[in-house]
Design a protein around this ligand. Structure first.
Ligand code: ADP
Ligand code: MG
Length: 662
């Protein structure tokens, strides 16, 4: 207080003080009115009892009780604030009692009618001259609406996060500077980055996408500068921290705030690796199919040429003396031709798959030949275990040879350090309900054992799948071909393997009904026969050699180029009293009537017609089951003189009234 001159009246000073006090009070009142306008409630309570000594008139809107009642009832702060959340209030009270008055507290109130309300309470300590806490001054305000809005926002965000977690696409959001603000689990999985490590990093640090050759432009920059969604068109390659790569399809779009300015970028991406693999596989099998058609076409023509060469060579051999340098050369040529025949058979099998043309085959010879062929020039040795009493098998020798070659090749490849492959063949009688779902009966089992790398148990179920390979330059087709061939033979292919120890493949093949001793060396005399034979083939070379062979054997050959001509000539000659004894027909005649249709015509005219089908397509259903189509015999091209002689003798030996089923 400033010092007054002593001559002044003391009343004047008093009046001035009073005026100031009135002014201050008025100011306080108007301030409180303004606060009330904002819904702020001022209060003051003493300590340690918490009795409320002052509370503004706006109290009723906030606490549901008038200021007068609070003061008249001498209520404590507990009675006003504790009911909504006792635990929270007790914590607050405990802090205050320890002299720590929090500046701002959010509290939940529960009003008399059960209504719930949230308040923000700002408080200040009031201390006496000695510094002791004597009272608390507070200002409370209703924040229920804000709390509810925040809760709604939180819920929305939770929903968004749950959705992001559930979707199968990777999602990453960044702020406008490209720093990562959000990432879903799929994005973590695809990029190989965990969220805590990725948070706050620049997008390109964790998302390194390369187009086939050059690194992709920065997506965030692209989106921000264009202000539009960007779809780089797919095919980007994401390189992960471990060096592995995933093929992606991606889309980036801007995130805008309420005013429309870009505040970030969201990136959605999908793993296309599997899809691409399927597409590649489809493409590969289409290529293979095209290759098969090509190979089949070449093999078919080549086979006809081979028929001409083989027929002439075998004929020449019969017409020459058995000894001497020329027959020796010819026999050498014949051996080479046998190999060429095997090759075309493989090509034709590859081209058409198809059912095997089975005949009784001595298994030991087949095994020996196949192994020798597969291991030619190899360091790996082979131990053969072939008992003398093995049953003859009922198989397509070309196809089974292929199975054995594939198995032996795999065994050899499994032993890069070299070693010995063991082949053991045994007779097995399989009972009902055997382990390999084989029909009850007699089988020959071939075991191919190596001491190689073995097969991982996880990969074992997949090795028969086409294209499954663990080799750098493997095709993955070997075993799938083996499997389908053995299956078509009504046999079984089984594997046992132990990594690091070795592998054994077991091939079960059905035994022939009875042991057929095939005459290997046939005396020329025994080959001859008589009768008129009609030969139908579109290839002049085949017709010529067949005629020559037939004439040599003592038959009377007549040739035609297609099925229609054969049918016409057959009926004409029959009417003229010169019927044909046997008709030898090609199966496929490009642009003309083939053997399959011709045989139906012939049988309709003459139910006893004896027809033999001859084709290079050993897998054709007609070849596999010729009797069902009306043929009495079958002959695979190319054939030698003795093949032809035997086929003719067999059909001629059948009683004529032994009709074929149609
Ligand atoms: P490819 O030989 O071209 O890989 P295959 O179909 O012949 O295709 O074989 C498929 C896979 O099976 C091989 O890549 C290899 O992993 C496994 N496999 C086959 N035979 C053996 C074996 N004798 N020892 C170890 N693994 C083998
Ligand atoms: Mg293989």
């Amino acid at each position: 207080m400033s010092e007054e001159p002593t001559h002044r009246q003391p009343e004047e000073a008093l009046r001035r003080a009073e005026r100031r006090a009135t002014e201050a009070e008025a100011r306080l009142e108007s301030l409180q009115a303004l606060r009330a306008e904002l819904g702020h409630v001022h209060l003051r309570y003493t300590l340690p009892d918490g009795r409320i000594t002052e509370i503004s008139s706006a109290a009723e809107q906030l606490f549901g009780i008038t200021a007068q009642r609070v003061l008249a009832r001498r209520q404590c702060i507990h009675e006003l604030l504790r009911a909504g959340d006792p635990e929270c209030f007790d914590q607050l009270w405990w802090d205050i009692c320890r002299g720590l008055v929090p500046t701002s507290t959010e509290l939940r109130l529960s009003l008399d009618g059960g209504e719930e309300r949230w308040i923000l309470l700002a408080q200040r300590a009031v201390r006496d001259a000695g510094g002791a806490l004597v009272a608390v001054e507070g200002l409370a305000r209703d924040i229920t609406a804000t709390r509810r809005a925040t809760a709604a926002l939180f819920e929305e965000k939770e929903q968004l996060l749950t959705t992001l977690e559930a979707i199968a696409d990777g999602v990453i959001a960044t702020d406008a500077s490209g720093r990562i603000t959000l990432m879903n689990p799929e994005a973590e999985r695809l990029t190989g980055w965990a969220w805590p490590d990725a948070e706050g990093r620049l997008l390109h640090e964790i998302y390194t996408v390369q187009d086939e050759h050059e690194p992709c432009l920065d997506l965030v920059q692209q989106v921000i500068s264009s202000g539009e969604a960007v779809n780089p068109g797919g095919g980007g390659l994401l390189v992960r921290p471990d060096g592995s790569q995933r093929l992606l399809d991606e889309l980036a779009a801007p995130i805008r705030d309420a005013e429309g300015s870009i505040i970030g970028v969201v990136l959605v991406f999908r793993d296309e690796t599997a899809q691409r693999r399927v597409e590649e596989q489809t493409l590969r099998s289409q290529k293979l199919e095209a290759l098969a058609v090509l190979a089949g076409g070449i093999a078919h023509d080549f086979n006809n040429i081979l028929t001409g060469v083989m027929g002439n060579v075998s004929l020449a051999l019969l017409q020459l003396p058995a000894q001497g340098p020329v027959p020796e050369r010819l026999r050498e040529a014949e051996r080479a031709l046998t190999r060429a025949k095997g090759l075309t058979q493989q090509l034709l099998t590859f081209a058409r798959g198809g059912s095997p043309v089975t005949r009784a085959v001595p298994i030991a010879e087949l095994v020996e030949e196949s192994v020798a062929f597969a291991l030619a020039g190899s360091d790996v040795g082979c131990q053969l275990d072939l008992p003398d009493d093995l049953w003859t098998v009922e198989v397509d020798d070309a196809q089974i040879s292929r199975v054995l070659q594939n198995l032996v090749l795999n065994a050899e490849e499994a032993m890069p350090e070299g070693g010995t492959i063991r082949l053991r063949v045994t007779n097995r009688t399989m009972g009902l309900g055997n382990d390999h779902s084989l029909v009850q009966g007699r089988y020959v089992r071939i075991c191919v054992t190596d001491h190689g790398v073995g097969i991982d148990p996880e990969q074992l179920p997949r090795i028969f799948e086409p294209y499954f390979t663990t080799k750098e330059s493997g095709s993955g087709l070997g075993l799938s071909v083996c499997y389908s061939i053995v299956n078509r033979h009504r046999g079984a292919l089984v594997v046992e393997s132990e990594p690091g120890v070795g592998t054994t493949f077991f091939v079960y093949l059905p035994a022939a009904a009875e042991v057929v001793e095939e005459p290997r060396e046939v005396l020329p005399d025994a080959l001859s026969g008589t009768g008129r034979v009609l030969v139908m083939d579109d290839e002049a070379m085949v017709r010529d050699v067949a005629s020559a062979m037939l004439a040599h054997l003592g038959y009377e050959p007549v040739t035609v180029a297609d099925g229609a001509a054969a049918v016409e000539l057959y009926s004409r000659e029959a009417e003229a009293g010169r019927p044909f004894d046997v008709v030898l027909m090609d199966l496929t005649i490009p642009g003309g009537m083939g053997g399959q249709e011709a045989v139906r015509w012939l049988l309709s005219m003459d139910p006893y017609a004896r027809c033999i089908v001859s084709s290079g397509y050993s897998d054709d259903p007609v070849m596999a089951d010729h009797r069902a189509w009306g043929f009495r015999g079958v002959m695979r091209k190319p054939y030698r003189v003795d093949d032809l002689a035997r086929a003719l003798q067999a059909v001629l030996a059948e009683p004529p009234n032994d009709r074929c089923e149609e």
